[in-house]
Design a protein around this ligand. Sequence first.
Ligand SMILES: Cc1cc2nc3c(=O)[nH]c(=O)nc-3n(C[C@H](O)[C@H](O)[C@H](O)COP(=O)(O)OP(=O)(O)OC[C@H]3O[C@@H](n4cnc5c(N)ncnc54)[C@H](O)[C@@H]3O)c2cc1C
Length: 383
Amino acid sequence: MGSRIRARYSPGVGRKRVVIAGLGDSGVLAAIKLGRHADVVGISAKPALVSGQELGLRISRPNDWMRDNWISFDRFHGLDRVRTVHGALTGVDLDARNVFVQRNDGSSLTEPYDALVISTGVTNGFWRRPNLQFADEIGAGLQAAHDRLAEAESVIVVGGGAAAVSSAANIAITWPAKRVDLYFPGERGLPRHHPRTWARIRQRLIEVGVGLHPGHRAVLPDDFAYDEITGDPVQWSTGQPPASADAVLWAIGRVRPNTGWLPRELLDEHGFVRVTPELRVPDHPGVFAVGDVAATDPLRSSARNRADGLVAHNVRAEFEGRPLRSFRPPKQRWGSIIGIQADGLEVFAPNGRAFRFPAWSIDRVLMPWVVRRGIYRGVRDEA
Ligand SMILES: Cc1cc2nc3c(=O)[nH]c(=O)nc-3n(C[C@H](O)[C@H](O)[C@H](O)COP(=O)(O)OP(=O)(O)OC[C@H]3O[C@@H](n4cnc5c(N)ncnc54)[C@H](O)[C@@H]3O)c2cc1C
């Protein structure tokens, strides 16, 4: 079972071929948008969209998380026209316009392209890994992290970004009897969000009983990969005594781009893919990048700012000799922080103002109409 061709996938004679490298949040959406206009092949290390979003929900209520964040490719109507290959990209020949793939059965494959969209994302902690995985391994990983936290009486979360804050909040909400402490280096958490967002989230963390510890910068041993939940005391380079808990969750934003399969000439000094405002890779016509792997702006925000539509437009525009559009990112992070809760979903705008979807609207309006129909253009129910 290497690649799967759906009933409606029929390669068109003379149609352009687009390879989407990495079918995560951005890749799936770009593939859906291009599927009607080109012969699209999506290459994915996972057999499904396994989103890197909503870490807090994922570790504390994995069944709720799975419903909206782990969706097999055959459930997307928009991917019916797309051929998906379950395998890991191992290289690219930019002159011959081929990518090389190791399939899930160990065999090798060469996929030619007219346009290549690089959307292989980043590696982050235990929850975003680029390795080839089958569904049972993904499920086992989810369960193991959840069980580890469930049995702990006390939890330390290290980090001050959205993943850390969301984890601390959701652990405290799910298991009110646990001691949960959040340690972060700055005076405030969410340093890349608007101060108003932090003010609101800080209040929420206090309400659910999370202990807040600003000014704590953890000592990070060189040989430590930060990709597991640990149990040793945490040392602070900022001078405080070590802190201990049954489980320590590291969400310190040490993201690493999944670009080991690409030549250095495509990458910036940090290993991310260099792009123009049109999301084109300079000097390589037909090659684009989008999502967390693309060095678009300091926050590398093209995934959350929905540049999947822009990259799909620009791929087609380049084929047809039409003008390309530019990506214009907001200066501050925005979005949901702690995910769907019993009282609804709060989404923060770049100016820090919160918009709340009330609880009744989540299953009746937001998920079926805005997300599944509007964003993903139709998702089948699970078999
Ligand atoms: C609709 C939407 C809503 C969002 N909402 C929010 C929000 O509210 N708040 C917020 O903070 N952020 C939000 N985000 C952004 C989110 O936090 C991340 O930026 C996003 O998950 C990154 O997507 P990506 O496609 O770049 O990477 P990923 O989703 O990580 O996808 C990369 C994929 O490539 C695969 N891959 C890697 N290497 C290889 C290889 N060699 N071979 C094959 N496959 C490989 C990986 O396994 C993975 O499946 C949103 C994004 C979207 C699209």
